[in-house]
Ligand binder design. Structure first.
Ligand code: ZN
Length: 281
């Protein structure tokens, strides 16, 4: 995958940004990548630049992401505002899969070389927004053939940064569990022993607000890596809860609600919500 970015757009937002950052860190969003993994990737970049005869080019910057359910495994980003090199983004989930990691790095190194070899005219056209780019055209295929001659047929393909099976999700995500209320006559509700859930990989400032509101209504917020819950509703504005269909899922949700320690962030969400309420009062 390639990405051309026109400008470094920092999106506007209100308050609670620091809180959402802290929350996301708490469930592992900023886990480090080992020095060994970075050295391995660096060596792969050198290897493929050498195969392409492009050792004199600047090296790409390296960044990591941990996006649950992301479609891409690797992306190479070039910005007209910073044309001297590109940024190679990799999903952390591929770090434990040497063959996949190699194929993704090889694919993105080709994009890096193509970006770095753009003519001044091409760069200018992109700057003016007058150019779209077929990142997997003739130039890409030619370089893929050079690498495949060394590594074997099909090692690099136009989709080889998207198509593999990744590691099972091992990154904790937020699970909001709420007792479902049953309407009774006279406008009363009974809180039964049935539970619904919603999840979020990260809590945005708005998501934090909403989670805090739900906690105030008796929901609980736990961290889990259990993928079954990823099929359910997301924590979002006007979002509801998913209800387990299978008895074993319902039982597990009840167990999580009653027995699992809440994510360490739930307490800070509660006190934050209180502070918000006081500030607003
Ligand atoms: Zn690509």
């Amino acid at each position: 995958m390639i990405v051309l970015v026109d400008r470094d757009g920092a999106r506007g937002g209100r308050g609670s940004r620091a809180l959402s950052r802290a929350l996301n860190r708490a469930v592992g969003g900023a886990r480090g990548v080992s020095a060994g993994a970075i050295a391995t990737i660096g060596a792969l970049v050198e290897e493929y630049l050498a195969i392409l005869g492009e050792q004199d080019l600047p090296r790409p910057r390296l960044e990591f992401r941990a996006n649950i359910l992301a479609r891409w495994l690797g992306v190479d980003v070039w910005r007209p505002s910073d044309p001297s090199t590109t940024t190679l983004l990799l999903q952390k989930s591929i770090l434990g899969h040497p063959r996949t990691l190699e194929r993704v790095v090889a694919h993105e190194v080709i994009h890096h070389v193509d970006f770095m070899r753009m003519s001044a005219r091409e760069v200018e056209a992109i700057r003016l927004g007058a150019r779209t780019r077929d990142g997997h055209g003739a130039s890409f295929l030619e370089k893929a053939a050079l690498i495949n001659a060394r590594m074997g047929d099909g090692f690099v393909t136009v989709r080889s940064d998207e198509e593999y099976v990744r590691a099972k999700n091992a990154r904790p995500f937020f699970l909001l569990i709420a007792p479902l209320s049953e309407p009774l006559v006279g406008g009363y509700y009974s809180i039964g022993d049935r539970f619904g859930w919603a999840w979020a990989a990260r809590l945005s400032p708005d998501g934090s607000t909403r989670a805090a509101q739900k906690l105030a209504l008796g929901a609980r917020l736990v961290a889990t890596t259990d993928e079954r819950w990823l099929a359910g509703a997301k924590i979002k504005k006007y979002g509801g809860y998913s209800v387990p269909r299978m008895p074993e899922d319902a039982a597990e949700l009840g167990r999580l609600f009653l027995e699992e320690p809440e994510a360490g962030v739930a307490a800070s969400l509660r006190s934050w919500a209180q502070a918000q309420a006081q500030a607003g009062a």
